[in-house]
Structures are given as structure tokens and as C-alpha cells.
Design a protein around this ligand. Sequence first.
Ligand code: HEM
Length: 410
Amino acid sequence: MLDDGYSDLSNHDSFADGVPHKTFDRLRREDPVSWTEGNGTAKGFWNLTRHADILQANKDYKSFSSGQGIRIEDQSHEEYMARRTFQETDPPEHSATRRAVNPLFAKQVVANFEELITQLAADIVDAALKKNEFDVVEEIAKQLPMLMLGRILGVPDEDLPWLVDKGDALIGNSDPDFTTHVVDQMDTEAYRLMPFRNPAGADLYAYAAKILSGHKQVGQDGILARMMQTQDMLDPLAFKNFFCLLVAAGNDTTRYSIAMAFHLLSQNPALVTQLKTGRYWDAVADEVIRLASPTMHFRRTAIQDCELHGKKILKGDKVLLWFISGSRDETVFKDPHTARLDRGANRHLAFGQGGVHVCLGMHLARLEVRIALEQFIKRIDTVEAIEAPNWTRSNFICGVKKLNLRVKVL
Ligand code: HEM
């Protein structure tokens, strides 16, 4: 669907050929707190598109709560209770679990993975570069986050392709390439108590149940074994939902960031030259993730009536924080749609910065993106796209799902 600056943000098809950035550009300029009508399956919602407004609302969890759902979908209380994770709670409830998981993803802890990630990335890139033409999403971008997810969770490598397929079906529940149960095209009522209203949620619950019962062994250093010993995970449903959250959150987001990096390299040979100087390795991950912003928005719910830029937001209204738009706000970023490795401090919002829910896995994601690129750049001379990228059909997750490249290896 062509983006004429007036794309319907409730319609997944508006994103099927890539993000409608003209629409976000216009909204930031003309209508920073815009209203999108409901489309039959969901009530309407507000869109915050400017950097400053998103940052402010994200900080203010007392006014804009995560505790009634974080996606556009309207959930009954029963559905919310069945599917919620700590991401769908506010402080002080949220703080307890966050305190338990924070140390496992701390920057210094994640830095210990550098050697492992480098080895994995080197092997993945070597295998991909045996051919001069290949789908870089499948061969590289998908592989590294998948293997790292296995290490983080402590699950066996042979289970990973299955787990990743299920995670894709959850997070890509509006894309027929990822699920047979496309959420806006068929009746998903039977799965309303499952994550993302998708049957893959039931499969992942069953896998998590096997871990709980000891029928599936997990590594004792992994996050699952460690979280199982905490108070927060005493309830089996809490553990199952936490497991689904990690499978969904820890995988596609990093894949699509790496895929965006390759898309950018294939569009702009100067980036390859710049990276080869070795001067931009500290900057590249955040600049790529800024432009990728794979989880385009998260939702909040207004706790009381308020007014913003002349619009009256009522108690109970859904308010979307469009991180992907804030991260391209021209008042904060010069040449917002261009990859620039010389930005200095990068104040993008792709990780939900400023809020209590700021991404748990951000240090890991940055490391994976940087190392995947380092390993690629040092082995190649040039890279070009053979065809246009293929984008996810989703107004929630944005990513290149297929990108055929031609490379000249050194
Ligand atoms: C480039 C990659 C990634 C991006 C862009 C990303 C984006 C985000 C965003 C925007 C949030 C905030 C959600 C909100 O405000 O409600 C978030 C939260 C979260 N992310 Fe990430 N993420 C990425 C990678 C990862 C990885 C690798 C993991 C785990 C292995 C992870 C786990 C989580 C978890 C558990 C939360 C919820 C935190 C909380 O509610 O306190 N993410 N992520």
C-alpha cells in the first residue's frame, strides 16, 4: 500500500511495503497527538509521534499505564490476567520482577558474552559467505539471535528452530508468512487466552510446562533455571508467560535490527567504507537500531483525563507511544531518515528509553548487532541488494524478513 502521508495506522497493510514514514513525518509536524479510529476488531487510539511527548509519557507511568495491555488489541480482564507478564504491569508490582531479572542482563554481565558472540558470528558469516548470493536475513540476521537466545535461556540447540518459528508466529501474528492464524483475517477467539491470540502460544506453554515438570532439562546458568527459583515465578502461568515473552522479545527484534543494518549497507556503499576505518564501531549499533526500531510502538492506557497539544485524552483511552517515529524526529536528529555514524550521543527511543520498561535485553542486542557487522565487514569488499527487501505485515513489529544480497568477498 502506498504511503501518501495519510496511512491508516490501525491497518497492518499500511506497513506491508515498509513503514509509512511519510505519515509519521506529517503527524509529527501537523498533528502530534492524533486519533486513529477503531477498525472493528479494536477501539480507536491516540498516537504520540514526537520524541519529547513519547519520552514524557513513557516516564509518567502513573498517568499512562502498562497495566491494561501493551498492544492495540482490547483485552477483557480475563484475557489480560491470563496473558500478562511483568511488562504489562506498573510499579510497584513491576519493580519486583524487574529487580530479579536486571542483574542477569546487566551491561557487565552481557559483556562476558563478547567472545562467545564473536565466535558464533564468525561461524555464521563464514557459512553464509560460501555463496556470493544469499538471503541475508535467513543466513545471518536470524541465526545469531537464535543461537544467543538458546544460550540465554539454557535450552538445547536442537530446539531452537522450533522455538524461533513459534516466536515468529506470536510476534508476527498479522503476517501470513509467519502464522496460519492471521489475527485480523480470521476468528482467533479460541486462542484469546494465549499470548498474541495465537496457537503458537499454546505450543510454547506446553514447552514451558515440560521445563517446569523437569521433562525438559535447562542449563542451570540460564535465565529460566534462575528465574524458576524466584518468588515471582512460583505461579506456573507466570513462568509460562515469562518464557513466551523472552522467546518473542529476545529474537525477532535483534534479527530485524541486524537485517536493517544489511539493508542500509546495501543501499549506501559509503557505510561499508566508513565501517572499514574501524572508527565507528561504538556508534553503529545504536544508529542501526534507531532506524530499525523493530517494536514500532507500545501502548499505554490513560489513568485519568488529560490534555496534550489541545487534544483531550480521556481516562481509559489507549495511547500509543510510536518509538519508531520519535526516533526519527527531525527536531532531535539531523537527516533523520539517514544512517549517520557521526551522531555522537544517540537519543533514539527504540528500546523504550525513559520508561520503567526500558528494554531488558538492550545491551545484548547492541552487542549482537555490532559483532555481526564486524564479522561481516572484515570479510567483504562490496555488498549490493539483488532485489527490494520484503517487509513484515504488521503495525507492531517492523522488519525486513527477506533480503537477497550479492557480496564480493575479500
Ligand atoms: C534491537 C533489539 C530490541 C529492541 C528494539 C527491543 C525493544 C524493546 C522495547 C521498546 C521495550 C519497552 C516495552 C515497553 O515500553 O512496554 C522492550 C522491553 C523488553 N525487552 Fe526488548 N528489545 C530488543 C531486544 C531484546 C532482547 C534481546 C531481549 C531479551 C533477551 C529483550 C527483552 C525485553 C523484555 C523482557 C522487556 C520488558 C521489560 C520490562 O517490562 O521491564 N529485548 N524491548
